[in-house]
Design a binder for this molecule. Structure first.
Ligand code: NDP
Length: 345
């Protein structure tokens, strides 16, 4: 049973060498004991998410309050899609497809408590299984709750999304278009900007790596200012956005990926604009919206069915390529939702 293990807590930006692939045990030894309530699953897809990078660091109180940090010498874990191979759990049967939290390994034994973190997949819903790591999973709920709840959008408002082509950003942009907003995104390559304009229907987009004067880029895209900023990156982009926000604007702080692994974080100079312009700036965590899952799934699935919503994924094959995919995400190498395929369905 191959696993991806954390070597040591990392400092700075995680590197591939901070992770290692080991063969932990013979798969034949993985047995479900009768009466245990456990199940054996074969992991099919693993989700690469930015938070995995900061769980690799020495845990701080603010990180521990959110999630259990990884333990050196033990496998890392995250969201995944798996197939049940054997089950002593009355809620799951052999052959079921499930999504939930799994170790980065080929096969996992899920004990009775751990199975509470799994949801059975309805295979009658005709979507790729990978969607449960993205549009129908945690990033989807993040985009849905973060945009509709935290941003309080209104038709005709102007919306800016950073890291706009990623797992969360591509959905926020499309949700905003469905609401009748004017939507602009920033992303780190020409290929990503093309996707924003031609695949996700953004009204405008810019490559922040080619246009380092973010203030000018934002002024060009939003001559009358920004009503809503969906914040994914932080740092200098936030600073420039503050200068371009309109009175009574909203900033939903979903993430600040540019800051997670810096030893000295960027100073944000323009915070007084929050007061001058009476901006509401609010952070959130996706699990706040757990009670909205049925509404979220209905909304997303009906829009997929009507071809009003699309989703781009970047799938790499093989558990052994997982560390490179994960580290690549922190450098913007993913185009769309980054997934690792561990096994064939
Ligand atoms: P993405 O799929 O967007 O992948 C990360 C992207 O971030 C990269 O592709 C890259 O895109 C961009 N990026 C990486 N480093 C930098 C940098 N230094 N400066 C600017 N951009 C950078 O990830 P997700 O959609 O999964 O996550 C987006 C954000 O949402 C993250 O901040 C994440 O932490 C946060 N998040 C928060 C949740 C919550 O509950 N609050 C839940 C899920 C995600 P590019 O090439 O465009 O630079």
């Amino acid at each position: 049973n191959k696993q991806v293990i954390l070597r040591n807590h990392v400092e700075g930006i995680p590197k591939e060498s901070d992770l290692m692939i080991v063969t932990a045990s013979d798969i034949m030894e993985l047995k479900v004991k009768p009466g245990s309530g456990a199940m054996l699953v074969k992991n099919l897809y693993l989700s690469c998410d930015p938070y995995i990078g900061f769980l690799m660091r020495e845990p701080t109180p603010s990180i521990s309050a959110l999630l259990d940090a990884f333990v050196p010498g033990k496998p890392i874990y995250g969201f995944g899609v798996s197939k049940v191979i054997a089950s002593d759990n009355p809620g799951f049967a052999e052959g079921d497809f499930v999504h939930g939290i799994v170790n980065w390994e080929e096969y996992s034994i899920i004990n009775a408590t751990g199975s509470g973190r799994f949801t059975k997949i309805d295979i009658n819903i005709n979507v790729p299984l990978t969607y449960y790591t993205g549009i129908l999973g945690m990033p989807g709920l993040t985009a849905y709750g973060g945009f509709f709840e935290i941003c309080s959008p209104k038709k005709g408002e102007t919306v800016f999304v950073s890291a706009a082509s990623g797992a969360v950003g591509q959905l926020v942009g499309q949700f905003a278009k469905l609401m009748g907003c004017y939507v602009v995104g920033s992303a780190g390559s020409k290929q990503k900007v093309d996707l924003l304009l031609n695949k996700f229907g953004f009204d405008d987009a810019f490559n922040y790596k080619e246009e380092p004067d973010f203030d000018s880029a934002l002024k060009r895209c939003f001559p009358k200012g920004i009503d809503i900023y969906f914040e994914n990156v932080g740092g200098k982009m936030l600073d420039a956005v503050l200068l371009n926000m309109r009175t009574s604007g909203r900033i939903a702080v979903c993430g600040m990926i540019s800051q997670y692994h810096l030893e000295t974080r960027d100073l944000v100079q323009n915070l007084p604009d929050i007061m001058f312009k009476r901006i509401r700036m609010q952070g959130f965590a996706c699990y706040e919206f757990n009670d909205q899952k049925p509404k979220f799934l209905e909304f997303v699935l009906s829009n997929i069915k009507e071809d009003k919503l699309t989703y781009v994924e970047d799938i790499v094959e093989g558990l052994e390529n997982g560390p490179a995919a994960l580290v690549g995400l922190l450098h913007g190498q993913n185009v769309g939702k980054q997934v690792v395929q561990v096994a064939q369905e």
